[in-house]
Design a protein around this ligand. Structure first.
Ligand code: NDP
Length: 600
């Protein structure tokens, strides 16, 4: 392949042209409408395969804090509240146990591709040291349980329960919480930790109802049918024709396992992922520095610094994420240049070198040139979520694995009772597995899926639809006292999402503790919200054009580019966490005093 470091500028122009064509080939006019939610008649795709909802009487009581969601966000909020001696913390969770993403996703091959020593939270606090650089899903799920046990979150938790409404009760100065199990209770504070990618989605394929074989979503793996477990051994598939739709981060982890066991595996790909080296291995406590207090905190700060594009003296994690941070450093100035909308030259070359490395990897590892050609990604790095695997490309060298490229037909065209149709071919299948991802923000309070009525009955979803989201730091809003949202809008994210959630949990717990001390409500003034909007707008990077040139996916609202308004803190998660620390030290008291509290 051309070495772009030494080749003439026309090579870059040619690459740009190729990327544009690949994008145009994939953009669909129906954008997000091409997907179906896994509810109503498709509800079985989202049903809990791991637990039956236990019978219980509805609750009518009062708690200090209701935490909505028992994934890492909820577990961390619970733990950080306990550290502040908050007594009655009730976590309400749809699943049958704590774990969130790691409760639901148990597909074969499941691992976290963020280093376990920075991904698993509260390692310093629990004394746990992971043994693998990239932990299997079950170990991560158990860690969520470990934290919940250590901080005594089981006592008040409600599982297999969904919150159906939140209404501010002015007289009680508390939130009235209702659930789908008939509970109606009061909570002085509510923390929402409903996740961002939690509701499974399906492609709206004509005939999807007609298929008579077995079918399920990767986040609800049907081991009763496939046999085996997360490590593989899917013996139930040995005489089956199996299809996997989707080759995102999940598909890349899943495919090698049924490839080992299925009679025949068809992988239906629309856009290939970038699949880089993972090099998972056992680690020792000594080599990760787990020999002194605070080691885990230090390591995850170092990781966050690097992946946020901040300078760091050393790279403790040293993996594919930190290696690609150099690209980000070269990219960021293009988003901040006055009248920009073009790349700095050194970024484009560095990106092309990286992408060529990945395309070379495909060529090296995949024996059949036709298959290798289909597996090569033609877009800029990080247009789609980068993935890592040491077994994915190799799976296509097996005689029982066929890659079916569906880019020209914009995905699977049709399903019949026997299988899947792409172009002129019907692929007959016994089982079709959807690795088709999740609705973005589908379960959050901003989406309206959970009705929230604040002061004077104002519905949060309506207020935000009219005026756009208004918050202080993304967590709290005027008119919705004592309601704290973790993650998502108007703060700062990162690939190491558990770290972000932990910082948010620390902040939420500090707010609750200080409000209790002051006898105050947690509620920003409109002026505080205006100031936060202004902080986000000032220096807001212009990166819509980058996403608009990318192939479609959930990163760019299926090809439409992302809204370029002030929807995030512009200087990244590392700087945002420092800002929160300063605010807690210098301004939190004043903030709470301004709302001390008689109802208005
Ligand atoms: P994604 O949304 O990333 O991928 C969905 C896949 O389904 C894509 O390959 C998409 O193709 C394909 N698809 C959708 N509709 C069709 C169709 N009609 N025909 C053919 N193909 C179709 O979901 P994932 O579950 O893979 O990942 C979601 C997120 O979860 C990740 O981005 C990551 O944040 C997280 N994750 C993290 C992991 C970790 O190790 N940390 C592991 C797994 C997931 P196209 O690209 O063309 O749209």
């Amino acid at each position: 392949m051309t070495d772009l470091r030494t080749s003439p500028p026309e090579s870059l122009a040619e690459l740009r042209r190729r990327y544009r064509l690949e994008r145009e080939r994939r953009v669909r006019h129906d954008g997000n409408r091409q997907y179906l939610a896994a509810d109503a008649e498709f509800g079985y795709y989202a049903a809990d395969p791991y637990a039956e909802a236990a019978e219980r009487e509805p609750l009518h009581d009062i708690v200090d804090v209701a935490v909505i969601g028992g994934g890492f966000g909820g577990v961390l909020a619970g733990a950080r509240l306990r550290e502040r001696d908050v007594r009655r913390v009730r976590v309400i969770e749809k699943g049958g146990d704590f774990g969130g993403t790691w409760y639901w996703n148990r597909y074969p091959g499941i691992h976290c591709d963020i280093e376990s020593h920075v991904y698993l939270p509260l390692l310093d606090e629990t004394g746990y040291v992971p043994e693998w650089k990239y932990a299997p899903g079950e170990e991560i799920r158990r860690h969520a349980v470990r934290i919940a046990e250590k901080f005594d979150l089981y006592a008040d938790a409600l599982f297999s329960t969904a919150v159906t409404s939140l209404s501010w009760d002015e007289r009680a100065r508390a939130w009235a919480v209702t659930t789908d199990r008939g509970d109606e209770f009061l909570a002085t504070y509510v923390v929402t930790a409903t996740g961002t990618l939690s509701e499974p989605k399906l492609p709206r394929i004509p005939g999807i109802r007609d298929f008579e074989g077995r079918t399920f979503h990767t986040s609800r793996w049907d081991y009763a049918y496939t046999g085996g477990g997360p490590d593989g051994g899917l013996t139930g598939l040995s005489d089956k024709r199996v299809g996997v739709v989707g080759t995102g981060a999940t598909g890349v982890q899943v495919v090698p396992k049924p490839a080992e066991d299925a009679g025949h595996l068809y992988v239906f790909q629309r856009t290939p992922s970038t699949v880089d080296v993972r090099a998972n291995r056992r680690t020792t406590a000594r080599e990760v520095g787990a020999v002194r207090d605070g080691w885990a905190r230090e390591r995850r700060e170092n990781f966050l610094r690097i992946v946020s594009g901040e300078p760091a003296d050393e790279d403790l994690v040293a993996d594919g994420w930190t290696a690609s941070a150099g690209l980000l450093e070269k990219l960021l100035p293009s988003f901040r240049r006055e009248g920009g909308r073009t790349f700095e030259a050194d970024y484009e070359v560095a990106d092309a070198v990286k992408m060529n490395e990945i395309r070379d990897r495909v060529e090296r590892l995949v024996a059949d040139p036709g298959t290798a050609a289909k597996l090569k990604p033609w877009y800029r790095y990080a247009c789609k979520r980068p993935t890592f695997s040491d077994t994915y490309y190799q799976a296509f060298n097996r005689g029982n694995v066929t890659l079916v490229d569906t880019a020209d037909t914009h995905g699977i065209e049709r399903m019949t009772e026997r299988g899947v149709v792409v172009g002129d071919t019907e692929y007959e299948l016994d089982c079709l597995i959807f690795a088709t991802g999740f609705s973005v923000g589908g379960s959050g309070i901003a989406s309206g899926a959970l009705p929230v009525h604040g002061r004077d009955g104002v519905r949060l979803h309506d207020a935000w639809r009219e005026r756009g989201p208004r918050t202080l730091h993304g967590f709290t809003s005027d008119g919705f006292p004592n309601l704290i949202r973790l993650g998502g809008v108007q703060n700062a994210g990162s690939v190491n999402f558990t770290h972000v959630l932990d910082e948010h949990a620390v902040h939420a717990a500090a707010l609750v503790a200080a409000a209790e001390d002051a006898g105050a409500l947690i509620e920003p003034s409109p002026a505080a919200e205006d100031a936060w909007l202004a902080t986000m707008a000032e220096d807001a990077p212009d990166h819509e054009w980058f996403h608009a040139e990318c192939t479609p996916g959930y990163y760019n609202a299926e090809g439409r580019g992302r809204p370029n308004g002030p929807s995030a803190y512009p200087h990244g998660a590392f700087a945002f966490h420092r800002l929160l620390e300063r605010w807690r030290a210098e301004s939190m008291e004043e903030f709470l005093r301004s709302r001390t509290s008689v109802p208005r």
